[in-house]
Design a protein around this ligand. Structure first.
Ligand code: UN1
Length: 507
């Protein structure tokens, strides 16, 4: 079985073939139906994990709420020290955790470990930040008054994460939510329970060693009903959701209806523009990683490529050659660059997209086929298609890159901005004036606007997220931490008199 083959990795992380518990709220439980982690390489079962019932979830939320009442009083730098200890533990098991991501999701080992590195990096960032959760002092217009702005914890943060970054994206939220004084409740994707259990065990050890309640990092495996309950519950002060625009719209509507706080990181339809003045060698390598990396299953994957007409033909030729060299196979095998799709359903989406491309007047330049076998392998594909074709307007989570010709940069920017999504975008140019056109008010309308690097593979230090149907949230670096806080303006009168603002007299 897949478990036996990878037993060393799994047992290092405390996982068994069956009987793993999918609820952690200080103790392990979960008496709901079993979730199965399936290897996308062979479609064999790796291991099973139980889920939580809604009644168990209710108990977990109450425990998290209670745990947070103590945690919010712990000084932020001390909270940062706990996150630092989590970081050390992740580092120690980096190889096993990265391998497990690879096994369960299907991404190559280098990317699996890269994801754990991202979790480690955000912990470092959060630990430093725990000493710099600064508010501000604002000059008051009234004599003898002091005005300040400060950030207090929100309460309980619900984290609903996606299969494709089952560790890192949860980590962005957990690390920031913990240092800002919140308890977290994490609902992982139903198809990646193993990495979620493994990470939760690591965090459990750190919390227990520090005599802190495990419920500060609650994990609840479950299906859509668990996610829906978190969205509905007024005990969840912030819902941070990563996933499709379709599900995000539902979650967002439910949370908005109760005026809960929302952080949405939804679909992308990211483009690269290669201008006539670009370094083509660099751009080819970037496109390869951006479109083929993670088998096209990043929210930041490049799905549209706009090539200046002067370099179009030679660029396509070079990119097609680069695709031909990509080794497809077992993501844990050395030299493999493209693993399988995560599920059989994704293979169906791939097939349908290829058909749609043909039906809408597009051509397949390379790839286009499903690779037979027990796994979910497909050929990374480049199409040549009108930028306005219906299929190009949608995010399909597979390695299909649509190429269109542009007359100039302005047309490229127009195409970049014309889709409903607004996550990531890149321009390849060596002309400084193009750089500022692209990053300025009439440039890319995305949250991530790159020059001479791919659309994917963002560093944790920047704010991560996008506009329009991408949901508008910002996670990870910069000042994203503020979303995990109650922002307060406090005006303190030490004058002994009562002057009113705007010079109002009320006597
Ligand atoms: C995602 O696909 O949801 O920028 C996150 C990137 C990674 C994160 C991707 N750092 O591609």
């Amino acid at each position: 079985s897949a478990f036996a083959k990878h037993a060393a990795i799994l047992s290092e992380l405390g996982l068994k073939p069956t009987g793993n518990k999918g609820l952690f709220d200080g103790q392990w439980g979960g008496s709901g139906p079993v979730q199965t982690a399936v290897s996308p390489v062979t479609n064999e079962t790796i291991a099973e994990v139980s889920t939580a019932t809604i009644d168990e979830l209710k108990v977990a939320i109450a425990k998290a709420k209670k745990a947070q009442e103590e945690w919010r009083l712990v000084p932020a730098p001390r909270r940062g020290e706990i996150v630092r200890q989590i970081r050390e533990r992740l580092e120690k098991h980096k190889h096993a955790l990265g391998s497990l991501v690879s096994l369960e999701v299907g991404k190559i080992y280098a990317e699996g470990v890269g994801e754990i590195q991202e979790y480690i990096d955000i912990c470092d960032f959060a630990t430093g930040l725990s000493r710099a959760l600064n508010g501000s002092v604002i000059p008051s217009e009234r004599p003898g008054h002091f005005m300040m702005e400060q950030y207090n914890p929100l309460g309980v943060v619900g984290i609903i994460s996606a299969f494709n970054f089952p560790a890192a994206v949860a980590g962005w939220n957990v690390a920031l939510a913990l240092i800002t004084g919140n308890a977290t409740i994490w609902k992982p994707a139903p198809s990646t329970p193993l990495i979620s259990v493994a990470i939760s065990k690591i965090i459990q050890d750190v919390l227990e060693e520090n005599n802190l309640p495990g419920a500060l990092h609650t994990m609840v495996c479950g299906g859509a009903d668990v996610g829906e309950y978190l969205a509905k519950s007024s005990d969840i002060n912030l819902v941070s959701f990563t996933g499709s625009t379709e599900v995000g719209r539902k979650v967002g509507t439910i949370v908005q209806n109760r005026f809960g706080k929302l952080l949405l990181e939804l679909g992308g339809n990211n483009a690269i523009i290669v201008n006539e003045d670009a370094d083509l060698e660099l751009a080819v390598r970037a496109c390869l990683f951006a479109a083929v990396g993670t088998a096209g299953q990043r929210c930041t994957t490049t799905r549209r490529l706009f090539l200046h007409e002067k370099i179009h033909d030679q660029f396509v030729e070079r990119l097609v050659k680069a695709y031909a060299q990509v080794k497809i196979g077992d993501p844990l095998e050395e030299g493999v660059l493209c693993g399988p799709l995560h599920t059989k359903v994704a293979v169906e989406h791939y097939k349908k997209t290829i058909e749609a491309v043909k039906a809408q007047g597009g051509k397949i330049l390379v790839g286009g086929n499903v690779i037979p076998g027990p796994g979910n392998f497909v050929e990374p594909t480049i199409t040549s298609i009108d930028a306005n074709a219906a299929i190009v307007q949608h995010e399909v989570f597979v390695p299909i890159l649509h190429v269109s010709k542009i007359k100039n940069l302005e047309e490229g920017i127009k195409f970049n901005n014309q889709v409903a999504q607004g996550l990531s975008s890149s321009l390849f140019t060596q002309d400084i004036s193009n750089v500022f056109k692209w990053t300025g008010p009439a440039g890319s309308d995305c949250g991530i606007v790159n020059v001479n690097i791919p659309t994917n593979g963002a560093e944790i230090g920047g704010a991560f997220g996008g506009e329009k149907e991408t949901g508008g949230g910002r996670e990870s670096g910069s000042d994203s931490w503020k979303q995990y806080c109650r922002r307060q303006t406090a005006t303190i009168n030490f004058s002994g008199a009562l002057p009113l603002a705007q010079g109002i007299k009320f006597e």
